[in-house]
Design a protein around this ligand. Structure first.
Ligand code: SF4
Length: 88
């Protein structure tokens, strides 16, 4: 089962994922690993920058560990928003 099928989401009206320095993505980070280490494809390389779809985030923490340049500012969504995991 795909990860996105296991969660219900309460949308956050604030940004909780951001790129600290877009120039690092553009000029230093050759492989763009965020575009494949994230299990729900929050990060996408488009128009020479990382696009973030934070509504896809399942709060697994991969963003904190996976970026080789520690260039992702990731926080939990504000209280009362984010994912609720379903146990089936
Ligand atoms: S892995 Fe980090 S530095 Fe590389 S493109 Fe993604 S956010 Fe930018």
């Amino acid at each position: 089962m795909a990860p996105m099928e296991l969660v219900q989401r309460i949308p956050a009206d604030q940004t909780f994922i951001g790129i600290i320095d877009p120039k690092i993505c553009l000029k230093k980070c050759i492989d763009k690993p965020c575009t494949y280490f994230c299990p729900t494809q929050v990060y996408r390389w488009q128009d020479n920058r990382i696009e973030i779809d934070q509504e896809r985030c399942i709060e697994c923490g991969a963003s904190i560990m996976g970026c080789p340049y520690h260039n992702i500012n990731w926080e939990y969504p504000p209280g009362g928003t984010g994912v609720m995991f379903q146990h089936t």
